[in-house]
Write a protein that binds this ligand. Sequence first.
Ligand code: NAD
Length: 302
Amino acid sequence: MSTVAFIGLGNMGRRMAANQVKSGNEVRGYDVVPEAVTAAIADGVTPTGSIAEAVQGADVVVTMVPKGDHAREAYLADGGILASADPKTLLIDSSTIDVQTAQDLHDAASAKGFRFVDAPVSGGISGAEAGTLTFMVGGGAADVAEAAKYIEPMAGNIIPTGGPTSGQAAKICNNMMLFINLQACAEGAVLARKFGLDAKVFHDIAKVSSGNSWALQTWYPVPGVTETAAANREFAATFRTDLALKDVGLALAGAEQVGVDLPAAKLVAGEFEKVIAEGDADLDCSVIIRNIDPTSPGLPQR
Ligand code: NAD
């Protein structure tokens, strides 16, 4: 049995922490939102009131926070992970964050004698719940191999990506493709409905045809088609729109640095910006379908 400190118990983190409990580990959870900590007690997580309390005696710390600034806060602040944990503790950041922040965290951790890996995930809350996430793990080879042992209860795939920050680089490319696929899926769903096709029949066809994608299978933005879709629950977030824009923004910023133009990613960023400008940043990103058809079924009232 290992002791796992889990920092960030939101849509993803609380499900990932629950799988650590199921695998027999002692899990100590912390989130800046006290209600998130309280909710995790039902999964067998031991609640804590601070990062310092959570990381005490931990073999490994897993962080699952929204953005680079939150990760900096969790690791670098007074009372944060680097100030509070024993340097023997292995540090795993599974948040999706920018490459520069990931590099800064690698550097700060190693300056204090910690082993740190960037290990972002793909697979959504359904993968987090099922323990089938894909982890993309960047860092020193020995640290990545050690991290894999702790990641295993949460993972379907664990893929070493190379040196520090390579996990984040892979994740940024993957998610850019995901959100372009989501836009395609939303446009296909609207056009199929306007043509008079039954949503489920069209989905069944696309799923076994060349229109298939993970977004189509998991997030189809029409109610009553795929069980995991937020469309069934008035677009309550499985993946918040502001986090989706963050991810596409990471791809666009990276593309600018390496001198590549990404027209479809730019278009999708604009679609997410529209959703956010209309006040729906906290809704699931599949609400993007409203931009194409405000009368699409299942949309929450404004
Ligand atoms: P979320 O907003 O639901 O949860 C994040 C949690 O972190 C919140 O509960 C927040 O209170 C907490 N937090 C923020 N700063 C903190 C700090 N300093 N210390 C402790 N807790 C802190 O977000 P999520 O959907 O769980 O996503 C988490 C990360 O995983 C993001 O980087 C996201 O891009 C990535 N991701 C999400 C999905 C998905 O489908 N939701 C899939 C893959 C990757």
